[in-house]
Design a binder for this molecule. Structure first.
Ligand code: SAM
Length: 344
């Protein structure tokens, strides 16, 4: 143990404190009266969801249900006020009938036990922020699609996509520029997915700096508030932090160029920052039109937020995209997502 008062190496301005000052200054303006409750949630222990691994042979679903968990995707808490037609809402589910993510009830902060391997060495579930599954549902992958997961490591979203029943009928390319994180991604995939699904014909893992995938690096607000290690608010990383919106813009533009006309691009982050969210998407729409003659339209994700509004807290009235905001009763997120469709 370190006696903080005496520790010579104790940072005068720990990155977590700098992150909190920065968020207080920017998010109190951006989120107004919502900020105090979001702040309390972000400074409290986050809530996880257990993404069930359909490739695992152990039946853990019943065990988890017996502990009080429910699959928030197929077993939604309805309040009878859904304003979207049932067919619109069910559309997202019919494309991903197999993705199951178990969560404890609202306000219940019980922790999941670490997943155990089955007789074949495959782990039964992957723990992640349950809101991270939403961009995968929103992507709406269907038979015959080619999917490019551009910033894929450590692989939570890749693993969610791989759970889909239609996986054998589409091709997935996963990319990440970081070699060490790509190694982690490989390890995750090998711990969860049988070898026959990891062949080159089904799945390709690349490490090119091609700047195409769109679950972009960001200020990872929760991590920045809670962990001093690898914290982007560390003073020596000021330049890197300031360059983030530009990197995010380049990645999104690369994703837009990689998609074909008619194709769809899902941009997501885990920050509340307007500059890194709507700001980047607005600029990308504008630059794609001016520099590449590409017309884009934003696709509404309201049906998705309607479906899951009893599991997550969504930011009200965003003019572009949707955002899960942390709340003490449902401490998931932040996750921002915006879906764009290439018209030309
Ligand atoms: N999608 C991942 C998941 O669900 O587990 C999380 C992705 S994380 C938010 C962002 C990733 O972007 C990091 O792994 C980082 O190495 C990668 N990255 C950063 N710059 C990149 C670039 N220029 N091209 C591709 N990937 C990049």
């Amino acid at each position: 143990r370190v006696k903080e008062k005496w520790a010579a190496t104790h940072a005068k301005h720990p990155p977590t404190r700098l992150a909190l000052h920065h968020f207080d200054a920017t998010y109190s303006v951006q989120l107004g009266k919502l900020w105090p409750s979001v702040r309390v949630a972000m400074l409290s222990e986050r809530k996880y969801g257990a993404l069930l691994n359909n490739f695992c042979h152990d039946a853990v679903l019943v065990d988890l249900q017996a502990k009080g968990c429910r699959d928030f995707i197929t077993n939604r808490e309805e309040d009878g006020q859904c304003v979207f037609p049932v067919f619109t809402v069910n559309h997202y589910l019919s494309c991903h009938p197999n993705i199951k993510c178990l969560v404890f009830p609202r306000g219940d902060v019980t922790r999941f036990k670490p997943a155990r391997p089955d007789a074949y060495g495959l782990l039964s579930y992957y723990l992640m922020d349950a809101a991270s599954v939403l961009p995968c549902l929103a992507l709406d992958v269907q038979e015959g699609h080619n999917v490019l997961d551009l910033c894929a490591a450590p692989g939570g979203k890749t693993l969610s996509l791989l759970q889909s029943q239609t996986i054998s009928k589409w091709f997935l390319c996963v990319n990440d520029t970081s070699v060490s994180r790509t190694m982690r991604l490989r390890k995750v995939l090998h711990s969860y997915v049988p070898k026959q699904f990891l062949t080159d014909e089904k799945l390709r893992i690349t490490s090119f700096d091609v700047q195409v995938l769109v679950d972009v690096p960001c200020t990872t607000d929760r991590h920045s508030l809670m962990e001093d290690d690898n914290n982007i608010f560390n003073k020596i990383r000021v330049g890197e932090r300031r360059r983030l919106p530009q990197l995010q813009l380049e990645l999104l533009l690369a994703g837009i160029e990689a998609a074909c006309p008619g194709g769809e691009i899902l941009y997501s982050t885990c920050t509340l920052s307007q500059n890194q969210n709507q700001g980047v998407v607005e600029q990308a729409i504008c630059l794609a039109r001016e520099n590449h003659g590409i017309q884009l339209e934003a696709v509404s994700l309201r049906p998705l937020t309607q479906m899951f509004r009893n599991t997550f807290h969504f930011a009200p009235d965003l003019h572009l995209g949707e955002m899960v905001i942390p709340h003490l009763a449902a401490n998931f997120g932040p996750i921002y997502m915006c879906k764009l469709k290439r018209l030309t």
